[in-house]
Design a protein around this ligand. Structure first.
Ligand SMILES: [Zn+2]
Ligand SMILES: [Zn+2]
Length: 256
């Protein structure tokens, strides 16, 4: 299975002698065969590119997280980093009016710039969206190309998911689906067409049951995969095969 969204630079590596190598070895031993590492700011971009270069099964996406906007995104910096061949996606970007409603204007401007970069570079975009249904859909609808993207760690309503699916987007479900009060996420996770579903840890955040409260890591992805397979009434093997194939379809360069 493939962890379609993890922040490998932020993992708690203390159980692994502070070695990312060891953390990845453990995740691979649990069946995780690839990792899309997500950068959330350009100050650490060089470090992220270096990290990615050490592992053939780690891929990289770069952008500025919507919760981190203190100032406008610099278009040249965005284009410079996202144009690198080893950067396979743009983001994470998006809109989060739940935690930072006061930076709405900055978020809108940044999201539009990321979408324009994705269009120009013909790379998929990684979208974080929370309490911003209309604006998120309006902006992705305005995208010119068919490069599409991923609504990651999706926790919004089915109507929003289905509108994005109609625009060619994929929807990624995180460990939140295992949380007791996440009935709406389970409802969405059941309905996403099998050929548009992705899975992720969003580690180090949001560890799934039975690891809640711990720092999340890619090796916990099987818990989420098993949960979604049961929820949908399919075998774990089928769920893994479908979500893995979906990832390789969206990112053909990652398939070896
Ligand atoms: Zn996010
Ligand atoms: Zn993230």
């Amino acid at each position: 299975m493939i962890d379609s969204h993890c922040h490998l630079d932020r993992l708690d590596l203390s159980p692994y002698d502070n070695s990312l190598d060891k953390a990845l070895v453990n995740a691979r031993s649990k069946g995780v065969e690839g990792f899309l590492c997500i950068g959330i700011g350009f100050d650490k971009a060089a470090e992220m590119v270096e990290l990615q270069s050490r592992y053939p099964d780690v891929w990289l996406s770069l952008g500025v997280h919507p919760l981190d906007h203190e100032q406008a995104v610099d278009t040249d910096t965005l284009m410079k980093w996202c144009a690198l061949p080893e950067v396979i996606a743009v983001g994470e970007t998006g809109l989060d009016y739940h935690y930072r409603p006061e930076t709405r204007e900055l978020q809108l401007d940044s999201f539009a710039q990321h979408l324009a970069a994705a269009d120009e570079l013909r790379k998929p975009v990684i979208v974080h969206t929370r309490s911003a249904k209309k604006d998120t859909l309006d902006l992705i609808r305005a995208q010119k190309s068919d490069s599409a993207g991923i609504l990651h760690c999706f926790t919004e309503c089915w109507d929003m998911a289905s509108q994005a699916l109609n625009m060619g987007y994929y929807v990624s479900i995180s460990g939140i689906v295992t949380f007791r009060n996440a009935e709406n996420v389970r409802d969405v996770a059941k309905q996403i067409p099998m050929d548009r579903l992705l899975i992720e840890t969003d580690s180090p955040y949001l560890a799934p049951v039975p690891f809640r409260g711990k720092s999340n890591e890619p090796s916990y992805l099987p818990s989420t995969a098993e949960f979604i397979a049961q929820l949908r009434g399919v075998s774990l093997e089928d769920l893994i095969a479908a979500t893995t194939e979906n990832f390789y379809r969206l990112f053909p360069s990652t398939k070896t």
